[in-house]
Design a protein around this ligand. Sequence first.
Ligand code: DUC
Ligand code: ZN
Ligand code: ZN
Length: 464
Amino acid sequence: MFDTVIKGGRVSTASDTFGCDIGIRDGVIVALGAEIGEAREVIDATGRWVLPGGIDSHVHIAQPSGEGLVMADDFESATRSAVMGGNTTVLPFCLQESGVPLRESVRAYHAKADGRCYTDVSFHLIISDPTPQVLGQELPALVRDGYTSFKVFMTYEGLALSDRQILEVMAMARETRALVMVHAENYDIIRFLTDSLEAQGKTAPRHHADSRPMIAEREATHRAISLAELSEVPLMVVHVSNREAMEEIRRARQRGLKIIGETCPQYLVLTAQDLDGLNMEGAKYVCSPPPRDRDSQEACWQGLQQDVFSVFSSDHCPFRYDDPQGKLTPKGRTSFRWVPNGIPGIGARLPILFSEGVVKGRIDINRFVALTSTNHAKTYGLYPRKGAIAIGADADLAIWDPERRQTLTHAMLRDGSDYTPYEGLEIVGWPMTTLVRGRVVVREGVLEGARDGVHLPRGVSAHA
Ligand code: DUC
Ligand code: ZN
Ligand code: ZN
C-alpha cells in the first residue's frame, strides 16, 4: 500500500520521457511502473506531464536592503508563490551582516525561515567582509554544516570585494570544496557612469540601464573567470544578461575550465526599453544586470540551448512598486541610483520557460527539467535527493497541464509584491498540482498544503 500513487502521467526527467505511475511512501518515491498497486490517495495525471518540482537556486527573501527599504516577501509569501509556480525547493541568500559573526547572521536568517515555508529551502551565504576569522574559521565550519555555496559581489557599496579578497575567498573555497557564485559587474565603470549621468540630469529609472552597460558585465565576467582559473576553482556566474558575457563563459568552458552559467527570465522576455515607462513606471524593471536588447535575449536562449548556461533561476528580489519602502522610495525619485535593485519572479519563472521555451520549440522538455531542477540539485549538492524522479528521491513533483492558456497577471502569483514585470504575457502550460515530499501543497491551482518545508543541509557541488 502506497500513501499516494500518481497515475497515467507522462513523466519527464532531465534525460528521458516515459509513461509510468509513481508510487510514494513516507515522502519518497518508492515505485515507478505500470499498474503499481493500491494507494490511500490516487492522483489522476492523464493528459498531464509529471516533472521534478522546480528548484530555484537564486532567490532573495527578507534580505536587509538598505535604509528605509523592505523586501516585498517574507518566507511565507515567497515560498507560497514558489509552490504555486511549480517549485518545491528554493535557495535564498543569507547576507553576512557587517560586524556580526557569520554564524549569527545564519541563525537570524533561520529565525525568519524556519516553520514558515511551503517549499524546502537551503541557504547560500553572501560574503561581504572576508576577514581572516571568517575565512579561516567561520566559513569552513559553515561549509561542514551544509552551507556549501556563497556569493561574492564585484559591485555595490558595502558588498563589492576587491580582486585580492575574491582570491582569498576562492582559496578558501578550494580548501573546503565550496562553490563560489559571482555577481560580475565592474564597480568603477558603474560609479563613473552613474555620476556622469546624474551630472547631465539623467536621473530617471531608464538611465539605470545606461549606467550598467554590457561592457561592465563582460569585463567583470572575464576577470572573475581569470581569478577562478588562477585559483583552480569552479565558478558560477549568476544572472548573465547578454551575448558578450555569455561568450566569455563559453570560451572558458571550451578551454576546459569549470565555469558554470546562469540566466533568468528577465533576460529572455524584457529589454532596457521596459525601463522607459512614464514617470517612475520604469522602476518596476530596475534590476542588475539590467535587461538588454533583442540580440541579448537571443544570446541567452542560445546559452540555454548550448549548455553555456546550465541553470535558469528567477533572481527573485522583490520590492513593492507603489510603496515608499519599495520602488517608490522618496530618494529613488531623485535618481535611479537609489531605486532598489531587483524584481519578483519566483512564481513566474517556470511557466515563462515552459511557454517561451518548450511550447515554442526552443528547448525540449528534458532540457527544461535540467535547467529548472536537476542541474540546480547537482550544482548545489542536493542530487539525487532532489531534482530527480527516481527510486529513493524525495517525492517533489509538479503535475503540468501542457495546454492550459492564460494571460499572466500578478494576482495569479500569490507573492508579496504589488506587480509582476511579466504582466500580460501569454502563457501556455501551467503547473496545476505540486507535491513537496509527497504532500500535495497545491491541488489544481489551489493552495491546500501546510508550511512544512524544511532547511536542507547540502553536500558538495558536482562541479567542485
Ligand atoms: N543581484 C542579485 O543577484 N539580485 C538582485 C540584485 C543584484 O544585484
Ligand atoms: Zn547579483
Ligand atoms: Zn540575485
